[in-house]
Ligand binder design. Structure first.
Ligand code: SAM
Length: 280
């Protein structure tokens, strides 16, 4: 029986697994990290392409089945482990450098997993994932995308070049989820910020994005009064009545540079010590 707590919506058509493997451009001898192999539908497609698969599965019953299913297959390694309990650095070391991540992810861990792996993302060549369509849209969104554009879009833009490859209907899974899914491909990119700055950028932009329909200046005034006081004229001149939801990623980055500049001159305490969750 599928276990809800582990987001078990299993693929029922091998051809959907093939779509994911094609999107990942899996080649002979590629090193692959698969998260949540389940009953092994996607794993089979990966092994058929002669890939070296390291799979991480949390459910002990499924692990037993997987061990039996693939015991004589070369190139398959199973780790019985909750992926969310692995330190990102340990996760990055499970497979050789430039490996590809391929997964039909349990939907409840998509956002927390993306945030966790952000600092080690460049270990991997690409991540090809099946996730909810709505979340995929949020990751890829720009100001022109309307409501989908938000803090998760900034995580996406900061860390990856992302593309939705294909929408997959609920009847491709058992049990069928309530919403459409999609195959998304993420290629890690360099943001130009250090890891520490990236962490700070996400907290900072999340605060300013909270009131997406109010003007950015209002948000700056309430969350960062010292910065506002120091730079009111410049900020008003640059951003006048702009709202957070209208700022493209590069504009967010430029504004962050201004914020960091001001922080260097007038070290503020609030944000660096704030341990609030970044994105819900
Ligand atoms: N790959 C299979 C498929 O495509 O049919 C299963 C996909 S199912 C959506 C998600 C899989 O991830 C399940 O096998 C589930 O047990 C596993 N899983 C859920 N949470 C996990 C976690 N924290 N760490 C490792 N595996 C997890």
């Amino acid at each position: 029986m599928a276990k809800k707590k582990w987001g078990q919506n299993f693929l029922i058509h091998q051809k959907v697994a093939e779509i994911i493997v094609d999107a990942a451009d899996v080649q002979n001898e590629d090193s692959i990290l698969e998260i949540g192999p389940g009953h092994g539908m996607l794993t089979r497609s990966l092994l058929k392409r002669n890939a070296q698969v390291t799979a991480v599965e949390v459910d002990p019953e499924l692990c037993d089945k997987l061990r039996k299913q693939f015991e004589n297959v070369e190139g398959f390694t199973l780790l019985e482990q909750d992926v969310m309990e692995l330190a990102p650095e340990a996760l990055a070391k499970l497979v050789s450098a430039h490996a590809k991540v391929v997964a039909n992810l349990p939907y409840n861990i998509v956002t927390p997993l993306l945030l966790r792996i952000l600092p080690v993302r460049k270990t991997w060549q690409s991540l090809t994932l099946m996730i909810q369509l709505e979340v995929a849209r949020r990751i890829c969104a720009t100001p022109e995308s309307g409501k989908s554009y938000g803090p998760l879009s900034l995580v996406g833009a900061l860390g990856f070049q992302s593309k939705i490859i294909k929408t997959i209907r609920p009847d491709s899974f058992r049990p069928a989820p309530k919403v459409d899914s999609s195959v998304i491909r993420l290629v890690p990119r360099n943001s130009g910020l250090t890891h520490e700055e990236e962490k700070l950028f996400l907290k900072w932009s999340h605060l300013l994005f909270q009131q997406r329909r109010k003007t950015l200046l209002n948000g700056i005034r309430s969350h960062f009064p010292e910065w506002y006081q120091n730079c009111e004229d410049l900020l008003s001149e640059k951003f006048a009545l702009r709202r957070p939801e209208s700022l493209a990623f590069t504009e967010w980055l430029n504004l962050f540079e201004d914020y960091l500049q001001n922080e260097k001159m007038n070290p503020a305490k609030a944000l660096r010590n704030n341990n609030k969750k970044i994105i819900n």
